[in-house]
Design a protein around this ligand. Structure first.
Ligand code: FES
Ligand SMILES: [Fe+2]
Length: 350
């Protein structure tokens, strides 16, 4: 079960543009959808089902803003109504569910649930998109694991020491306790390390920002979970003794790890990952380098999560432990459960 009366990232605008006349079939929250561009060039989505004989419309082609079924040529309009079929009258044809779709920050967002409740005012806002003071880049992984395993992963960064030993891991993460709090429906987990050596990824970022990579630093990780499944992580290092997270920009390298986690099925999800940074935002070579480094780091997570999911499926009755390091994930899951229960009873999430 998924929270459905909410916005999820479905794909990037670039992904849809890159397909040309091909529509994009994508399952989100167990609903098979097909995305394409309507006559005005805006992204739209309908059920990926042809009312004629049930073929997936995503195998068809987009022609003048209509989706033409690849089996016998039925033409679907952007509101889910059949507009034409060769040699047939289509007036009585059943309509498809059409999904509310919005475009913001280079992403295509979809509202899978009750369409009457879809409201662009409920889209999340972020200061770092469409902002010349920030640079952003990212990518997409299709992960064969329950989306909540990704939330667990991102809300407990002690795994960095082991999974990402060569880039961002370091023993001080394990040795520094973290604090979890609830703030306005957000779960916030933070860890602050003082007077340490920066790990390789952050040494690279320090050099890029004109700082001595060997200097002692204060390092922070502040993970923020917002339902249904967005996680923003403030990460960075500052020269030791300047206030850490609050240090002035010239003595730190600072970024936000951006995670939009969209459930596909109970055991798979779409993971839109990225990094927004405030230092040297015009440096495109640095943006590319960070993207490559981050992509490698997240592929390490993906491998772990997929094998973890396979193990959990193999041993479905084995209880899993909940330790203090798991509190960020546990509290995030609790919020998801509460919203799900509320949506089941009232049809409206909090
Ligand atoms: S199944 Fe789509 S037109 Fe026949
Ligand atoms: Fe990780």
């Amino acid at each position: 079960m998924f929270i459905k009366n909410t916005w999820y990232v479905a794909c990037t605008e670039a992904e849809l543009d890159g397909l040309g006349a091909q529509p994009l079939g994508r399952t989100i929250c167990n609903e098979k959808m097909v995305f394409f561009k309507g006559p005005d060039g805006r992204a739209v989505a309908v059920e990926d089902f042809c009312p004629h004989r049930g073929a997936p419309l995503s195998l068809g082609k987009v022609c003048e803003g209509k989706l033409v079924c690849g089996y016998h040529g039925l033409e679907m309009g952007c509101e889910g109504k059949v507009v034409h079929m060769p040699g047939q009258r289509v007036r009585g044809f059943p309509a498809n569910k059409a999904y509310a779709v919005a475009q913001r920050y280079g992403f295509v967002w979809v509202w899978p649930g009750d369409q009457a409740q879809a409201d662009v005012a409920k889209l999340p806002t972020f200061e770092f998109f469409d902002n010349p003071d920030w640079a952003y880049s990212g990518g997409l992984y299709h992960v064969q694991a329950d989306y909540r395993l990704m939330i667990d992963n991102l809300m407990d960064l002690t795994h960095e020491t082991y999974v990402h030993a060569s880039s961002i891991g370091q023993p001080e993460i394990d040795e520094t306790p973290c604090k979890t709090t609830l703030e306005n429906g957000q779960v916030v987990l933070q860890r602050h390390m003082s007077g340490i050596q920066a790990p390789p990824f952050w040494q690279m970022a320090m050099s890029a920002n004109g700082l001595d990579p060997q200097a002692k630093v204060d390092r922070w990780q502040i993970c923020r979970f917002t339902p249904p499944s967005h996680i923003m992580i403030d990460v960075g290092v500052a020269l030791a003794g300047h206030g850490g997270f609050h240090a002035p920009p010239e003595v730190k390298a600072y970024s936000v790890v951006v995670d939009f986690i969209t459930p596909e099925t109970e055991t798979s999800h779409w993971y839109h990952w990225g990094m927004a940074r405030q230092f040297k935002p015009q440096d495109e070579a640095l943006t590319a380098r960070i993207r490559e480094g981050q992509g490698k780091i997240f592929s390490e997570d993906m491998q772990m999560l997929q094998l973890q999911q396979a193990n959990i499926l193999r041993w479905p009755d084995r209880p899993l432990l909940m330790l203090n390091i798991d509190s960020g994930g546990v509290q995030s899951r609790r919020i998801i459960e509460q919203l799900l229960a509320q949506e089941q009873t009232t049809g409206v999430p909090a």
